[in-house]
Design a protein around this ligand. Structure first.
Ligand code: FPP
Length: 240
Protein backbone atom coordinates (compact mmCIF):
# COMPACT_ATOMS: atom_id res chain seq x y z
CA UNK A 1 0.00 0.00 0.00
CA UNK A 2 1.21 3.52 -0.79
CA UNK A 3 1.69 5.65 2.33
CA UNK A 4 0.53 9.20 1.76
CA UNK A 5 2.29 12.27 3.08
CA UNK A 6 1.24 14.82 5.67
CA UNK A 7 -1.90 16.53 4.38
CA UNK A 8 -1.11 19.82 2.67
CA UNK A 9 -4.60 21.14 3.44
CA UNK A 10 -6.71 20.20 6.48
CA UNK A 11 -10.29 21.45 6.85
CA UNK A 12 -12.18 21.24 10.14
CA UNK A 13 -15.80 21.37 11.30
CA UNK A 14 -15.18 22.59 14.85
CA UNK A 15 -18.23 21.02 16.48
CA UNK A 16 -19.01 20.57 20.17
CA UNK A 17 -18.40 23.99 21.76
CA UNK A 18 -21.96 24.19 23.12
CA UNK A 19 -21.83 20.73 24.69
CA UNK A 20 -18.41 21.48 26.19
CA UNK A 21 -19.96 24.49 27.94
CA UNK A 22 -23.18 22.67 28.94
CA UNK A 23 -21.17 19.93 30.64
CA UNK A 24 -19.62 22.63 32.84
CA UNK A 25 -22.90 24.50 33.49
CA UNK A 26 -21.48 27.44 31.55
CA UNK A 27 -23.20 29.56 28.89
CA UNK A 28 -22.67 28.29 25.34
CA UNK A 29 -20.52 31.32 24.50
CA UNK A 30 -17.95 30.08 27.04
CA UNK A 31 -17.57 27.00 24.83
CA UNK A 32 -17.04 29.18 21.76
CA UNK A 33 -14.39 31.19 23.63
CA UNK A 34 -12.62 27.98 24.49
CA UNK A 35 -13.03 27.04 20.82
CA UNK A 36 -10.95 30.05 19.79
CA UNK A 37 -8.11 28.84 22.04
CA UNK A 38 -8.42 25.37 20.57
CA UNK A 39 -8.20 26.86 17.07
CA UNK A 40 -5.00 28.73 17.99
CA UNK A 41 -3.46 25.55 19.38
CA UNK A 42 -4.52 23.60 16.31
CA UNK A 43 -3.10 26.19 13.88
CA UNK A 44 0.26 26.08 15.68
CA UNK A 45 0.25 22.28 15.66
CA UNK A 46 -0.61 22.21 11.95
CA UNK A 47 2.25 24.57 11.21
CA UNK A 48 4.67 22.47 13.28
CA UNK A 49 3.54 19.36 11.42
CA UNK A 50 4.09 20.90 7.97
CA UNK A 51 0.44 21.44 7.06
CA UNK A 52 0.30 24.50 4.81
CA UNK A 53 -3.44 25.29 4.63
CA UNK A 54 -6.01 25.09 7.44
CA UNK A 55 -9.67 25.83 6.70
CA UNK A 56 -12.18 26.05 9.56
CA UNK A 57 -15.96 26.37 9.70
CA UNK A 58 -16.55 29.24 12.14
CA UNK A 59 -20.10 30.32 11.27
CA UNK A 60 -22.42 28.76 8.73
CA UNK A 61 -25.11 30.41 6.61
CA UNK A 62 -27.55 28.41 8.76
CA UNK A 63 -26.11 29.51 12.14
CA UNK A 64 -28.15 32.77 11.93
CA UNK A 65 -31.10 30.59 13.05
CA UNK A 66 -29.55 30.07 16.50
CA UNK A 67 -30.90 32.08 19.45
CA UNK A 68 -30.21 35.81 18.95
CA UNK A 69 -28.09 35.90 22.11
CA UNK A 70 -25.76 33.20 20.80
CA UNK A 71 -25.51 34.83 17.34
CA UNK A 72 -24.64 38.24 18.79
CA UNK A 73 -22.23 36.61 21.25
CA UNK A 74 -20.46 34.84 18.38
CA UNK A 75 -20.23 38.08 16.39
CA UNK A 76 -18.77 39.92 19.40
CA UNK A 77 -16.32 37.09 20.07
CA UNK A 78 -15.30 37.02 16.43
CA UNK A 79 -14.58 40.76 16.29
CA UNK A 80 -12.80 40.65 19.66
CA UNK A 81 -10.69 37.59 18.80
CA UNK A 82 -9.63 39.12 15.49
CA UNK A 83 -8.46 42.28 17.20
CA UNK A 84 -6.65 40.35 19.91
CA UNK A 85 -4.97 37.69 17.76
CA UNK A 86 -4.01 39.39 14.53
CA UNK A 87 -0.58 40.67 15.67
CA UNK A 88 0.47 37.20 16.84
CA UNK A 89 -0.87 35.59 13.67
CA UNK A 90 1.11 38.09 11.63
CA UNK A 91 4.28 37.35 13.62
CA UNK A 92 3.70 33.61 13.16
CA UNK A 93 3.53 33.95 9.36
CA UNK A 94 -0.18 33.09 9.12
CA UNK A 95 -2.15 34.51 6.20
CA UNK A 96 -5.79 34.98 7.22
CA UNK A 97 -8.54 34.67 4.63
CA UNK A 98 -12.26 34.94 5.27
CA UNK A 99 -14.49 32.81 3.14
CA UNK A 100 -18.21 33.47 2.89
CA UNK A 101 -20.90 36.00 2.16
CA UNK A 102 -19.91 39.42 3.55
CA UNK A 103 -23.29 40.98 2.90
CA UNK A 104 -25.25 41.51 6.08
CA UNK A 105 -22.24 41.37 8.41
CA UNK A 106 -22.02 44.10 11.06
CA UNK A 107 -19.61 46.94 10.16
CA UNK A 108 -17.43 46.07 13.18
CA UNK A 109 -17.02 42.48 11.98
CA UNK A 110 -16.40 43.59 8.39
CA UNK A 111 -13.74 46.06 9.48
CA UNK A 112 -12.03 43.33 11.54
CA UNK A 113 -12.06 40.94 8.58
CA UNK A 114 -10.69 43.49 6.13
CA UNK A 115 -8.00 44.69 8.51
CA UNK A 116 -6.89 41.14 9.44
CA UNK A 117 -6.66 40.17 5.77
CA UNK A 118 -4.66 43.29 4.87
CA UNK A 119 -2.32 42.90 7.87
CA UNK A 120 -1.45 39.27 7.08
CA UNK A 121 -1.64 39.31 3.27
CA UNK A 122 2.12 38.96 2.75
CA UNK A 123 2.45 35.91 5.02
CA UNK A 124 3.15 32.56 3.38
CA UNK A 125 3.83 30.07 6.19
CA UNK A 126 0.27 28.88 6.80
CA UNK A 127 -2.94 29.97 5.08
CA UNK A 128 -5.81 30.02 7.60
CA UNK A 129 -9.16 30.18 5.82
CA UNK A 130 -11.96 31.08 8.21
CA UNK A 131 -15.34 30.16 6.73
CA UNK A 132 -17.72 32.73 8.13
CA UNK A 133 -21.31 33.19 6.96
CA UNK A 134 -20.38 30.37 4.63
CA UNK A 135 -22.24 27.46 3.10
CA UNK A 136 -21.09 25.01 0.44
CA UNK A 137 -24.28 25.55 -1.56
CA UNK A 138 -23.87 29.33 -1.34
CA UNK A 139 -20.35 28.95 -2.71
CA UNK A 140 -21.45 26.87 -5.72
CA UNK A 141 -24.33 29.26 -6.47
CA UNK A 142 -22.19 32.42 -6.18
CA UNK A 143 -19.56 30.91 -8.48
CA UNK A 144 -22.15 29.85 -11.07
CA UNK A 145 -23.82 33.28 -10.93
CA UNK A 146 -20.49 35.02 -11.48
CA UNK A 147 -19.75 32.81 -14.49
CA UNK A 148 -23.16 33.69 -15.96
CA UNK A 149 -22.53 37.42 -15.39
CA UNK A 150 -19.17 37.10 -17.16
CA UNK A 151 -20.75 35.13 -20.02
CA UNK A 152 -18.51 32.12 -19.27
CA UNK A 153 -19.63 28.52 -19.70
CA UNK A 154 -20.36 26.62 -16.49
CA UNK A 155 -17.49 24.13 -16.71
CA UNK A 156 -15.60 22.38 -13.93
CA UNK A 157 -12.45 24.40 -14.69
CA UNK A 158 -14.32 27.72 -14.65
CA UNK A 159 -16.11 26.82 -11.43
CA UNK A 160 -12.80 25.81 -9.82
CA UNK A 161 -11.38 29.25 -10.64
CA UNK A 162 -14.45 31.03 -9.25
CA UNK A 163 -15.13 29.12 -6.04
CA UNK A 164 -14.19 30.92 -2.86
CA UNK A 165 -11.22 28.64 -2.09
CA UNK A 166 -9.65 28.96 -5.54
CA UNK A 167 -6.44 30.30 -3.92
CA UNK A 168 -5.65 26.90 -2.35
CA UNK A 169 -5.76 23.24 -3.44
CA UNK A 170 -8.71 21.11 -2.29
CA UNK A 171 -8.53 19.77 1.29
CA UNK A 172 -6.73 16.46 1.64
CA UNK A 173 -8.26 15.75 5.02
CA UNK A 174 -11.57 16.93 6.49
CA UNK A 175 -11.90 16.52 10.26
CA UNK A 176 -15.16 16.83 12.17
CA UNK A 177 -15.14 16.87 15.95
CA UNK A 178 -18.07 16.46 18.32
CA UNK A 179 -19.12 12.93 17.37
CA UNK A 180 -21.43 13.73 14.45
CA UNK A 181 -20.68 12.22 11.06
CA UNK A 182 -22.05 14.63 8.49
CA UNK A 183 -20.81 17.41 6.21
CA UNK A 184 -23.34 20.13 7.23
CA UNK A 185 -22.95 22.18 4.02
CA UNK A 186 -19.16 22.56 4.42
CA UNK A 187 -16.88 22.52 1.33
CA UNK A 188 -19.37 20.49 -0.73
CA UNK A 189 -17.46 21.10 -3.97
CA UNK A 190 -13.91 21.00 -2.62
CA UNK A 191 -14.21 17.81 -0.53
CA UNK A 192 -15.03 15.58 -3.51
CA UNK A 193 -11.85 13.53 -2.96
CA UNK A 194 -10.96 14.45 0.61
CA UNK A 195 -10.35 11.85 3.27
CA UNK A 196 -12.64 12.18 6.31
CA UNK A 197 -11.78 11.78 9.98
CA UNK A 198 -14.44 11.93 12.68
CA UNK A 199 -13.49 12.53 16.29
CA UNK A 200 -15.76 12.11 19.31
CA UNK A 201 -13.83 14.84 21.12
CA UNK A 202 -15.61 18.15 21.58
CA UNK A 203 -13.78 20.92 19.71
CA UNK A 204 -12.31 22.63 22.83
CA UNK A 205 -10.78 19.27 23.79
CA UNK A 206 -9.22 18.63 20.37
CA UNK A 207 -5.50 18.96 21.16
CA UNK A 208 -2.16 18.22 19.50
CA UNK A 209 -2.42 14.48 20.13
CA UNK A 210 -5.89 14.39 18.57
CA UNK A 211 -4.56 16.18 15.49
CA UNK A 212 -1.69 13.72 15.36
CA UNK A 213 -4.18 10.81 15.43
CA UNK A 214 -6.05 12.34 12.48
CA UNK A 215 -2.82 12.79 10.50
CA UNK A 216 -1.76 9.23 11.34
CA UNK A 217 -5.09 7.92 10.11
CA UNK A 218 -4.71 9.94 6.92
CA UNK A 219 -1.24 8.49 6.39
CA UNK A 220 -2.72 4.97 6.35
CA UNK A 221 -5.19 5.74 3.57
CA UNK A 222 -4.65 5.07 -0.08
CA UNK A 223 -6.12 7.87 -2.17
CA UNK A 224 -7.24 6.52 -5.49
CA UNK A 225 -9.12 9.40 -7.11
CA UNK A 226 -11.28 6.90 -9.00
CA UNK A 227 -8.40 4.65 -10.07
CA UNK A 228 -7.72 1.07 -8.94
CA UNK A 229 -5.21 0.38 -6.16
CA UNK A 230 -3.01 -1.45 -8.67
CA UNK A 231 -2.85 1.68 -10.83
CA UNK A 232 -2.01 3.86 -7.83
CA UNK A 233 0.67 1.42 -6.61
CA UNK A 234 2.26 1.45 -10.06
CA UNK A 235 2.30 5.24 -10.17
CA UNK A 236 2.35 6.63 -6.59
CA UNK A 237 1.80 10.35 -6.03
CA UNK A 238 5.01 12.41 -5.85
CA UNK A 239 6.16 13.41 -2.35
CA UNK A 240 6.53 17.12 -1.61
C1 FPP B 1 -20.04 24.46 16.57
O1 FPP B 1 -20.25 24.02 17.90
C2 FPP B 1 -19.23 25.68 16.59
C3 FPP B 1 -19.62 26.89 16.07
C4 FPP B 1 -20.91 27.10 15.41
C5 FPP B 1 -18.76 28.07 16.17
C6 FPP B 1 -17.30 27.81 16.05
C7 FPP B 1 -16.59 29.06 16.32
C8 FPP B 1 -15.41 29.16 16.92
C9 FPP B 1 -14.59 28.02 17.40
C10 FPP B 1 -14.86 30.51 17.11
C11 FPP B 1 -14.06 30.88 15.90
C12 FPP B 1 -13.54 32.24 16.07
C13 FPP B 1 -12.64 32.82 15.24
C14 FPP B 1 -12.10 34.13 15.59
C15 FPP B 1 -12.19 32.19 13.99
P1 FPP B 1 -21.74 23.95 18.44
O2 FPP B 1 -22.09 25.26 19.03
O3 FPP B 1 -22.66 23.49 17.35
O4 FPP B 1 -21.59 22.86 19.54
P2 FPP B 1 -22.70 21.80 19.99
O5 FPP B 1 -22.91 20.86 18.84
O6 FPP B 1 -22.04 21.14 21.14
O7 FPP B 1 -23.93 22.57 20.39
Amino acid sequence: MTLTQVPHHIAIVMDGNGRWANKRFLPRIAGHKQGVDSLKRCAKACDARGVRVLTVFAFSSENWQRPAEEVSGLMELFAFALGREVAELKADGVQLRFIGDRQGLAPKVLRGIESAEATTAQNTRLVLNVCFNYGGRWDIVQAAARLCQQGLAVTEAHLNQTMSLSHVPDPDLVIRTGGEQRISNFLLWQSAYSEFFFSDLLWPDFDESALEAAIESFAQRQRRFGKTSEQVDANPPAKE
